[in-house]
Unconditional design. Structure first.
Length: 258
């Protein structure tokens, strides 16, 4: 059937209207399908380069050397130098001079300890020199007083034996804790810290009692009376503290590695 020109626009209009109606009916379905498809897609991940942590600041290197030229160390060296003179006075029977120098040595020991703590003048050399000076003085006094028969020989052997054992231990800890390279010259270079020897509480009391004992024994000939049983009792107390202080170094924490 042939369509006239007047009928063609009507047909076109009807087709257009029908297509629009069909599209209007299908649009919700297409939109729902498109939305569902989008929801099923995995989320787009945008990779970002990892943040680089700033390089950590390297720790400051510990200074391997320290100042050993301090007043406490000078006082300690002076006490060491005066010790043979005190022993000489005891052997010569010059107890007044020996007592005076012994008193000065005791005061210097207190002063150098105070300066080291108060003004932060402590050093590894001082922690070794100070007890070494005390032991040198104590050993000299004990030996000379025992030679003058003013101190019992068993007590003298006990005191000296403990000090010798502690000295050997100090050398051992010094070598063990010395930073490499280990050499003879570095071993005796006390500006290089290694292990710090701290006296225990009992050791401090023992040193004080030993000084009181040798001081009292030295001044005894100058007194107009005999101390008798009191001096003997002090000797027994010192024997006990000497043994106890030696054990405190073995089972305590008197050595600190640096």
């Amino acid at each position: 059937m042939l369509l006239t020109r007047s009928q063609i626009p009507l047909l076109h209009t009807s087709r257009t209207t029908g297509f629009q109606a069909t599209t209007a009916r299908l649009y919700p379905c297409i939109r729902l399908f498109h939305t569902t498809a989008l929801l099923k897609q995995p989320p787009i991940q945008i990779s970002t380069p990892p943040k680089r942590n700033p390089s950590p600041t390297p720790p400051a290197k510990k200074d391997l050397y320290e100042n050993i030229y301090t007043i406490p160390n000078a006082l300690t060296l002076a006490r060491i130098a005066a010790t043979p003179v005190i022993g000489h006075f005891v052997l010569q029977g010059q107890f007044a001079q020996a007592t005076a120098l012994l008193f000065v040595a005791g005061v210097s020991d207190v002063v150098d300890g105070y300066l080291a703590r108060r003004y932060n003048m402590g050093s590894v050399l001082g922690s070794i020199l100070d007890p070494a000076a005390d032991k040198f003085l104590m050993t000299t006094m004990v030996v000379t007083l025992a030679m003058k028969s003013m101190l019992p020989l068993p007590l003298a052997i006990l005191i000296i034996g403990r000090d010798v054992a502690l000295t050997i231990s100090a050398f051992y800890f010094r070598y063990k804790s010395l930073p490499p390279p280990k050499s003879f010259s570095r071993f005796w270079d006390f500006s290089i810290p290694s292990a710090e020897v701290k006296p225990t509480t009992l050791s401090k009391y023992n040193t004080l009692l030993q000084l009181i004992l040798v001081g009292t024994t030295t001044i005894q000939p100058l007194l107009p009376f005999e101390l008798g049983i009191g001096l003997v009792g002090l000797q027994f107390v010192v024997a006990g503290t000497t043994i106890g202080s030696g054990l405190s170094y073995v089972f305590g924490r008197g050595v600190k590695y640096l």
